[in-house]
Design a protein around this ligand. Structure first.
Ligand code: CTP
Length: 412
C-alpha cells in the first residue's frame, strides 16, 4: 500500500489537456486536496471543452491558468514561475497531441511552454483512442519522453468513450493518486543503495534461425524491469540489459537493448564493475549454431534440421568471474516442480549467492502476468517463501533485501 500521507504539503501543477477523461481530473483534484496537497491547474483549450474553469478553480481553490499571452496572468505569475513553483508536474489527461508537442519541445501554448520551461519532475497519464495510443508516432513520442525521465502512469485497457475497446483509457484517479504518492514517498525515502552500481538482465532473448525467424520464449520482462526500477528507487545506479520486450524503460535506469544471449553477455561485461547483478532474463539456452543467411524455403528435402549450440550462461559467467565479480549475484529459477530443490541445485551449479525461485507451471499465470509467488534461497540459509504479490512488490522487497545484505564499500 502506498503511503498517501506523503502528499501532505506537496505542490502539484496539474495540466489538464483535451479528452473526455478530463472529467476524472476533477475527482483527482478533490482527492489530492483531501490529502493536504496544494493543486494549481493549467487548463488547455481542449481541456476546457470537457471541464469548466469554474469547476477546476472551485475544487483546487486556486486561480486556473489558461492563456500564454494573458497580461493579468503574466503580471500575477509568469509562466516560468508557474512551472517552477511545484514539486511535481502531472499531465492528466495527457492527449496524443500534447505528448507529441512535449516530445518535439514545442512551446505554442501555456501548457507546452510550461512543460518545456519546468525543471521539476513530470508525470503523464495518457488518455486517447486505442488506435491513437498504439500508433507508432505516439509510441515513439512516449519512448522519447520516458528516455528524458518523464514518468508514465497507464493507460489502462477497457471500454472507451469512443465505443472501441483496448488500451488508452486514462488511469483512474485513485491510481494516479497512488502513483503521485509513490513518487513522493520514493523521493523522500531512504536511499541505502546510493553510490552503488547494479546490473539487471531482463526479458527474453531472440536467437535467429534465419533473417525472419528466431527462437524465443514467453518472458515479458515485467519482473526484471520492476527490479531495475526498485533498485534505482533505493538510489542505485542501474544498468538494465534487456532482450526484446514491450515494457517501458524504467525511469532513471540506463537501458541497453540486445537481441541474443551473446549480445546480452557482452553488454553485461561492458557494464562491470558492479556491486550487484540480478539476472532475471529468460535467456534462450540454445541458439542455432549457424543462422541461415537467407530465408529458409519450404521446397527441397523436407523440414530443415536445426543444429543447436549452447548459449553462454550469463549468470554463471558473472558469478564465476575471478576479477571484478559483483559482491552479490542473484539468479532466478523458473521451475515447474520441486521448486526449492531444483533452485538450490541451480544456485550451486551456477555459483551465484541467491536464487529467486518461482513456479511457472501451467495455471500459475506467472509468465506475462502481474503477480509472482517466489522463494528466496540464499547460499547458506533456509529458503524464505514469500506470499503471492505483484511483481512490483516482489521487486521492492528483493531490492530491500539486497540493500540490507550489501554492507561495506561500493565497487569503485
Ligand atoms: N541464465 C543466464 N544465461 C543463460 C541461462 C540462464 O544468465 N544462458 C540465468 C537466468 O537469467 C536465471 C538463471 O540463469 O537467472 C536460471 O535460468 P533457468 O532458465 O531457470 O535455468 P537453466 O539454467 O536454463 O536450467 P534448466 O533449464 O535446467 O532449468
Amino acid at each position: 500500500m502506498t503511503d498517501l500521507g506523503a502528499l501532505a504539503g506537496k505542490r502539484i501543477l496539474l495540466v489538464i489537456s483535451g479528452g473526455i477523461a478530463a472529467y476524472k481530473c476533477l475527482e483527482l483534484i478533490r482527492r489530492l486536496k483531501e490529502r493536504g496537497a496544494a493543486v494549481r491547474c493549467i487548463l488547455t483549450r481542449g481541456g476546457a471543452q470537457f471541464v469548466t474553469p469554474l469547476a477546476v478553480s472551485a475544487l483546487s481553490e486556486e486561480k486556473v491558468y489558461q492563456e500564454l499571452w494573458s497580461l493579468t496572468d503574466e503580471a500575477e505569475m509568469g509562466h516560468i514561475r508557474l512551472s517552477r513553483e511545484a514539486d511535481l508536474v502531472v499531465v492528466a489527461p495527457a492527449s496524443a497531441d500534447l505528448l507529441a508537442r512535449m516530445a518535439a519541445g514545442m512551446a505554442d501554448d501555456l501548457a507546452s511552454t510550461t512543460l518545456l520551461a519546468t525543471d521539476k519532475p513530470v508525470m503523464v497519464a495518457p488518455a486517447m483512442n486505442v488506435m491513437m495510443w498504439q500508433h507508432p508516432a505516439t509510441q515513439a513520442n512516449m519512448a522519447t519522453l520516458r528516455s528524458r525521465g518523464v514518468r508514465q502512469i497507464g493507460p489502462n485497457s477497457g471500454d472507451m468513450a469512443c465505443g472501441e475497446v483496448g488500451s488508452g483509457r486514462m488511469s483512474e484517479p485513485h491510481e494516479i493518486l497512488a502513483a503521485i504518492a509513490g513518487f513522493f514517498a520514493e523521493a523522500s525515502g531512504p536511499r541505502p543503495l546510493a553510490g552503488r552500481r547494479a546490473l539487471v538482465t531482463s526479458g527474453p532473448t531472440h536467437e535467429p534461425i534465419d533473417p525472419v525467424r528466431y527462437i524465443a520464449n514467453r518472458s515479458s520482462g515485467k519482473q526484471g524491469h520492476a527490479i531495475a526500477a526498485a533498485l534505482s528507487a533505493l538510489g542505485a545506479e542501474v544498468t538494465l540489459v534487456s532482450g526484446p520486450t514491450a515494457e517501458p524503460d524504467p525511469a532513471g535506469c540506463r537501458v541497453v537493448r540486445v537481441e541474443t544471449a551473446r549480445e546480452m553477455l557482452a553488454a553485461c561485461e561492458a557494464a562491470l564493475p558492479s556491486d550487484m547483478a540480478v539476472c532475471a532474463a529468460a535467456v534462450a539456452d540454445w541458439r542455432v549454431d549457424v543462422a541461415a543467411g537467407q530465408k529458409l524455403k519450404k521446397e527441397g528435402a523436407g523440414p530443415p534440421a536445426l543444429h543447436l549450440a549452447e548459449n553462454p550462461d550469463i549468470l554463471a559467467a558473472l558469478a564465476r568471474r575471478d576479477a571484478g565479480r559483483p559482491a552479490l549475484v542473484v539468479g532466478f529459477a523458473a521451475e515447474t516442480e520441486s521448486v526449492v530443490e531444483h533452485a538450490r541445485a541451480k544456485l550451486a551449479r551456477k555459483g551465484c549467492d541467491w536464487i529467486v525461485a518461482n513456479d511457472v507451471s501451467a495455471g500459475t499465470g506467472t509468465f506475462g502476468g502481474e503477480s509472482n509467488a517466489v522463494h528466496l534461497i540464499r547460499r547458506d540459509g533456509a529458503p524464505e517463501s514469500w506470499p503471492r504479490m505483484g511483481k512490483d512488490e516482489v521487486a521492492r522487497r528483493l531490492a530491500q533485501e539486497i540493500a540490507a545484505a550489501l554492507g561495506g564499500a561500493a565497487a569503485r
